[in-house]
Design a protein around this ligand. Structure first.
Ligand code: PEP
Ligand code: MN
Length: 354
C-alpha cells in the first residue's frame, strides 16, 4: 500500500524541523493573541490552538468553540503566522475552513474511531488543506495508517502524521508512552509521509519537552508540535506540559539537528527500531525483576523457599511453547528463560538475606 502524497506546502520545508506552537486550548482572545505575538517574535511560523477540546470526563473545559476561530483569524492578520486547530466532526471542518484555517489536525481519540475518520474524510473531499493525523490513543499502527488512507482515498494529498505517544493504564514517567518504534515503522512503511513529534502530550511534563524534542530529531522525525502558553501555570487545560514562548525558543535553539545519511538510511532506520525494542526489553525485564523482589519479600515473610521448582518448570515450558509459536527455537527460549529465572532467584535471595 502506498499513499499519493504531496508536500505539506506550509513553509519552504527545506530544513528540519517544522515547528508548530501554541496553547493547548484557546481560552480568551487576550491569551491567544499574547501567546501568538510572543511566539511570532521568536520566529515561529505556525500557530496552534485547540478550539474544541476532547476531554476524558464531562465537566472539564471543553473549548471555546467557534468564537475562538475569530481569535485565530486575528493571529493570522496581525502576525502573519499560519493557523491550525483540531477538528473532530464534519461541522468542525466546515467552520475551520470558513475561518481560513491553514492546517488542521485530527486528535488521537478521533483517529481511533474509523466511523469518525470516514465522516471527516467525506467532509474533506475536494478540499485542498494540509491535514496532520495524530496516532490513535492505542498502539495500533494499522489503525493509524487506516485513518491516513481514508483521507488519502478522499483526495487529501497534503498529509502528515503526529506522533503523540500511546496511553497506558499504568501511569509512568511519560503521560503517553513514546513507543518510538511505531513511528519509525510508519516512516519505513510510508517514507514520504512527514512525521511531526508532539513532545507535550508524550511527556505531560515541562521538563521532558527538551529531551523528547532532541530524541525526535535524533530519530529523524520531520517536525515538532509543542504546546506553548503565555502563562502556562494558569492554563485551562494541560497546564503542566506547556512552556512559555521564551522557554520554547531556548529549547529549539539548543536542538542538535543531525543529517540523515541517504545511502544507509534504511539500515539505520532498522537499527533504530532494534535499539528502541532493546530499550523496551530492558525496561520490561527491570519491571519483571521488581515484581520478583516483591514476591521475594512475600516468601521471606511467609518462610517459603525461593525456588519453587513446579512454578519454574511451568514458566520455562509455557514460554518455550509460546516462543516456538512465534517462530523462535525451543532452545533459544529455554536459554532466555533460564537466564531470566537465574537473575530472578539472585534478586530474591538478596531480599531474603537482607
Ligand atoms: C491536543 O493536541 O491538544 C490534544 C488534545 O491532543 P491529543 O489528541 O494528542 O490528545
Ligand atoms: Mn493538550
Amino acid at each position: 500500500m502506498s499513499l499519493e502524497l504531496q508536500p505539506l506546502g506550509l513553509l519552504a520545508e527545506t530544513k528540519r524541523p517544522l515547528v508548530i506552537a501554541g496553547p493547548c486550548s484557546a481560552e480568551t482572545e487576550e491569551q491567544v493573541l499574547t501567546t501568538a505575538r510572543e511566539l511570532a517574535t521568536y520566529g515561529c511560523k505556525i500557530f496552534r490552538a485547540g478550539i474544541w477540546k476532547p476531554r476524558t470526563k464531562p465537566g472539564g473545559f471543553e473549548g471555546v468553540g467557534v468564537e475562538g476561530l475569530e481569535w485565530l483569524k486575528k493571529v493570522k492578520e496581525e502576525t502573519g503566522m499560519l493557523i491550525s486547530t483540531e477538528v473532530a466532526t464534519p461541522a468542525h471542518v466546515e467552520a475551520a475552513l470558513a475561518a481560513g484555517i491553514d492546517l488542521i489536525w485530527i486528535g488521537a481519540r478521533t483517529t481511533a474511531n474509523p466511523f469518525a475518520m470516514q465522516d471527516l474524510a467525506d467532509a474533506l473531499k475536494g478540499v485542498d488543506v494540509p491535514v496532520l493525523v495524530k496516532n490513535p490513543v492505542n498502539p495500533d499502527l494499522e489503525l493509524w495508517i487506516g485513518a491516513l488512507e481514508r483521507l488519502n482515498n478522499a483526495g487529501v494529498k497534503r498529509l502528515g502524521a503526529i506522533h503523540r505517544g500511546f496511553s497506558t493504564y499504568e501511569k509512568k514517567l511519560y503521560r503517553n508512552l513514546p513507543m518510538w518504534h511505531i513511528a519509525i515503522e510508519l516512516k519505513r512503511r510510508l517514507p514520504n509521509l512527514p512525521i511531526i513529534c508532539d513532545p507535550s502530550h508524550i511527556g505531560g511534563r515541562r521538563d521532558l519537552i527538551a529531551p523528547l524534542c532532541q530524541q525526535a530529531m535524533d530519530l529523524g522525525l520531520d517536525g515538532l508540535i509543542v504546546e506553548s502558553h503565555c502563562t502556562p501555570d494558569c492554563a485551562w487545560s494541560d497546564a503542566s506540559q506547556q512552556v512559555t514562548p521564551d522557554v520554547l525558543d531556548f529549547i529549539l535553539d539548543k536542538l542538535v539537528i543531525r543529517t540523515i545519511a541517504q545511502s544507509t538510511e534504511s539500515l539505520s532506520t532498522l537499527r533504530r527500531q532494534i535499539d528502541e525494542m532493546d530499550n523496551s526489553i530492558i525496561e520490561l525485564l527491570a519491571k519483571r525483576m521488581r515484581v520478583c523482589r516483591e514476591i521475594g519479600q512475600y516468601k521471606k515473610e511467609n518462610n517459603l523457599t525461593v525456588v519453587q521448582s513446579a512454578r519454574y518448570t511451568e514458566v520455562v515450558d509455557k514460554r518455550g511453547a509460546q516462543g516456538v509459536l512465534c517462530g523462535m527455537s525451543a532452545d533459544f527460549m529455554k536459554t532466555v528463560f533460564e537466564a531470566i529465572h537465574e537473575e530472578s532467584v539472585r534478586q530474591q535471595l538478596e531480599i531474603i538475606n537482607k
